[in-house]
Design a protein around this ligand. Structure first.
Ligand code: UDP
Ligand code: MN
Length: 307
């Protein structure tokens, strides 16, 4: 039989109580701590002030969390009008997806509230103007495309534009020069192109025009490869009966839709910011800009449907 003196027994109890106290006091999953900081801040956790760090252990814990987050901040720019249900699904989905990759991000919905035809490119240009000072890269992201493969990386596209919804993986568009749906660019490369043309009203072709801007600026396009999820790499939550596309083409638009627009870009855009809101959808903070686009009818008379 092993005999323990009363003093030894007392010391043993104290040591065990201290151990139990420290085990329960620490967050069992350090990633959770980093995530919740990021949610509150919306931006890169490196900007989080370090407060009340009176214990060395806690300071180390925070520094570790910060250092394994991606060093760049991504603006997720969503061109938007009348897609409430899709946004309810998209915002929490992309927020979780990017948090899993430890990408500091800000979700920005640019909501077109005027009565002109939808202008995806101009809304993306506004998203750029609103985020360029706080983010160093952006992804123009359709609200109805949900990344469905964890190997799709939303990392900083240093070398050139990175087309995530590539023709090899997009559920619907498979032509070689397609760059729509989900496309990432650094702020620098976006500036080189002057963003997108503002002359496209109605569905489509603004992305094809951006492709011509890449070529003109000698920007190399990159895409993911080797994914095994094929056309299911993204979920396309698009009900074509409820969300019909505005394919109509009027007059000159039939011709200009295939041409490079040398005159317009984010620097020529005219719009009014009617209001600004921050919503939280589940855990996801969403910045909404309600905007009215200006249409110069002498230049793009097709911005409204003819009666
Ligand atoms: N969009 C929108 N409201 C519209 C038309 C388009 O919000 O009335 C946005 C939305 O983000 C959508 C994207 O523009 O995902 C592309 O439009 P759509 O899905 O109709 O085109 P597709 O790529 O499916 O042909
Ligand atoms: Mn769609």
């Amino acid at each position: 039989m092993v005999r323990i003196s009363a003093t030894k027994c007392f010391l043993l109890c104290i040591t065990m109580s201290l151990c139990i106290y420290f085990i329960f006091r620490c967050d069992p999953n350090p990633q959770n701590a980093a995530r919740s900081e990021n949610v509150e801040n919306n931006l890169n956790p490196k900007f989080q002030p370090v407060q009340n760090m009176d214990e060395e252990r806690e300071v180390k814990h925070t520094i570790n969390d910060i250092s394994d987050w991606h060093p760049h901040t991504l603006a997720v720019i969503v061109p938007f009008r009348d897609r409430f249900e899709e946004l309810m699904e998209f915002a929490p989905w992309i927020h979780t997806f990017l948090n899993n990759q430890k990408i500091p991000h800000k979700i920005v919905v640019v909501n077109q509230i005027d009565s002109h035809r939808f202008n995806r490119a101009s809304l993306i240009n506004i998203g750029f103007l609103k985020t360029r000072d706080e983010c160093d890269y952006l992804v123009m992201h359709d609200v109805d495309l949900l990344p469905n493969n964890a190997e799709l990386l939303y990392h900083f596209p240093e070398k050139g534009p990175y087309h995530l919804a590539s023709p090899e993986y997009h559920p619907m568009y498979h032509y070689k020069t397609y760059i729509g749906g989900v496309l990432m660019m650094t702020i620098k490369h976006f500036q080189m192109c002057r963003g997108l043309s503002n002359t496209f009203w109605g569905w489509g072709r603004e992305d094809d025009e951006l492709y011509l801007r890449f070529r003109e600026n000698s920007l190399t396009l990159y895409r993911p490869t080797g994914l095994r999820t094929g056309y299911e790499t993204f979920k396309h939550i698009h009900d074509k009966e409820r969300r019909p596309r505005d394919y109509k083409r009027y007059g000159e638009q039939k011709k200009t839709q295939f041409q490079r627009d040398k005159t317009t870009g984010y620097d020529t855009l005219r719009y009014t910011l009617e209001s600004e809101r921050v919503l939280t959808i589940d855990e996801a903070p969403v910045h909404v800009y309600n905007v009215e686009l200006f249409c110069d009818k002498t230049k793009t008379p097709w911005c409204d449907h003819s009666r």
